[in-house]
Structure formats: structure tokens, C-alpha cells
Design a protein around this ligand. Sequence first.
Ligand code: PEP
Ligand code: MN
Length: 361
Amino acid sequence: METTINKTLFDGWGFDSARPVVIAGPCSAETEEQVMDTARRLTKTRTQIFRAGIWKPRTRPNSFEGVGVKGLKWLKQVKDETGLLTTTEVANAQHAYEALKYGVDMLWIGARTTVNPFTIQEIAEALSGVDIPVFVKNPVNPDVELWIGSIERLQKVGITRIAAVHRGFSSFSENRYRNAPNWQIPIELRRVRPDLPMICDPSHIGGKRSLLQEISQKAMDLNYDGLMIETHPDPDFAWSDAKQQITPEELGVLLDSLILRRPISATNGFTHKLEELRGEIDRLDQELLNILEDRMKVAAKIGHVKKDNGITILQPARWDQIISKYLEVGQARGFSDEFIRKLFMAIHQESINTQTKVMNG
Ligand code: PEP
Ligand code: MN
């Protein structure tokens, strides 16, 4: 099984696809000097593709919304002077026409665009007959189907080189991350579309410099093909996303720090060991389900007792007791509070559903 180097996935993309493929550059193109300074300094790292946002989708109005078309000339200059390939975000058909006109090598679709089938369709039509490589970021909401749908719309107009970019998912609750990674979603995309290269964007997942290395390493351990990392000559003074950008030199250090684990080779005994351990995991998962099934049967019995005595399903004090108790037990066993909370909330919700059926059945 191919697990580490997916060289073939980037065949025909026009660059050396040694893993990880690196896309770097500022969140936004600000000035010609800032763009050129970043690009020149990036040539000393293993960056292959230079990124810069020209039209910026900002959450609130009155923020810097990008320099517009003049930035495309700077991208052209980057390409001519440094030989780096260039990419920018297109969020509507007009952007796509302009980017093509100025010879941008690759395009990316932002998270706020992937959510909208109409916009994607318009962009796809603007690109019809132009087989340019496109990076498709995940939609802001955790919906793998929507992500796949956008990719399919682009494929339908004849775009053959598409990579998925995992940039995390927004949520209402305060989180360690700016955009929660929900790793299971890109993993699911990979399962159903193993033909697509997968790029991680640790900048938008983490939202802060201190998390970039850890997220990048995790992506490598999950066998991602590349990284997109925002890089600025003077990050604290960036006009957008200042907290998450790093200098080209810091990017170099980060890339050098990544541990690329060996591919699985069928010839070493390690494949066998791995299969054995996976078998063990499968058995344990099966047991977990058996136990959960028993637990739900008890929950159903409780439902009957509650029904017969005319009391409500939810007993908040009881629920509070359960969660406090297991947070403590979980801590003693080395589980994070977040995991215990999520686990018991899911189990509790399923019990409530079971009891609701009993009550109303
Ligand atoms: C960006 O890459 O700067 C950007 C706006 O990304 P996203 O669409 O992931 O928010
Ligand atoms: Mn950004």
C-alpha cells in the first residue's frame, strides 16, 4: 500500500513533487516590495509554489480587502525573477479571468467559496477548456460532500489537476485552533478520493505561529502530500492574518524540523506487525460496540421505569454526576477532559434518543 510518497499524484503539475510539496507566501499581497522580498527569501527554502491573496474574503467589512489586479503583475514578476510557480485565490468568475490573463500558474478556491455551488459552477465555467491546476480548500463547515461536490464541478469542465487543501472548520465555541482540524474529514475525503493530493494549511487551522510546527508534523504523519504556510517578511505588521504568519527563514526551520517517516514496504516484517496491531484494534472496537449495545438496553429499561412513573427523560443532576465522575476517572487514566466530555456527551445523547423512543413508542 502506498503510504508515504505519492509522487505520481503530482505528475504533470510541473514541479519536483518530493514530499512535502510546499506552497508559501503572504496571506495578502500588500506591496510590490513585500511580495518580492518574500519570494526572494523563499527561494532559500524548499518552497515550490508562491502564494499571495489578491482579493481577500474578509469576515467583517472595513478590513483590508486585497490590492486587486495590480498584485497579479507582482506575481508575474515573482515567476519571472525567481522561477517559483505562482498561485492566488479566485472567488468569482471575474477573478478567474484576470488570473488567467496574467499567467498565474495555479488557482486556489477559498473555504468561503467551496461552500457555494453557484459560485463554484461559475468559476468552473470560466475555466472551461483551460486545464489549470486548482487547489480546493475545504468548506468552512465540516461537510465532506460539499468539498467533493466542488471538486466534481471543476472536474466536469475538464480540470484534471486538483488538490484538496485542509484548512480546518469554523465553530462557535472557543477552541485551541482558529479553525478546528476535524482530521476525520480530510481522512474521509482521502478514503473516497485517493487520487487527489492532500495539502494541509496549518496557518488557517492554527491561527497562531506556535501551532504551525505541530500541525505540519501531524499532517506529515497522516501522509499528506504538501503544506500551504503563510509567510511574510515582517509578520507582526502583516495587513491580514498577522498572528499566524512566519518569516521565510522561520519557514525554513520549520520544514527542516519535520520528520518524514518511512513508507511501508511490503518487504519488511513491519507490515505484518502493523496488520496484527490493526486486528487487535478491530477486536477492541467490536467489543466497545458490544458494551455500548448493552448500555443502551439498560437505558431503554430506565426509559420504561421513567415512563411508568411519569418523570422526564433528562435528569440534569444525574448527568452532571456522571460527567464529573468520569472526568476524574478519565484524568487518572490519562484521557483528556475534551475526549471524556465528547465521549460521554455522545453516549448520553444516544441514551436520550433511546429513551425518547420508549416514552413515545
Ligand atoms: C487564505 O488562504 O488566505 C484564505 C483566505 O484562506 P481560507 O479560504 O482558508 O480562509
Ligand atoms: Mn490568510
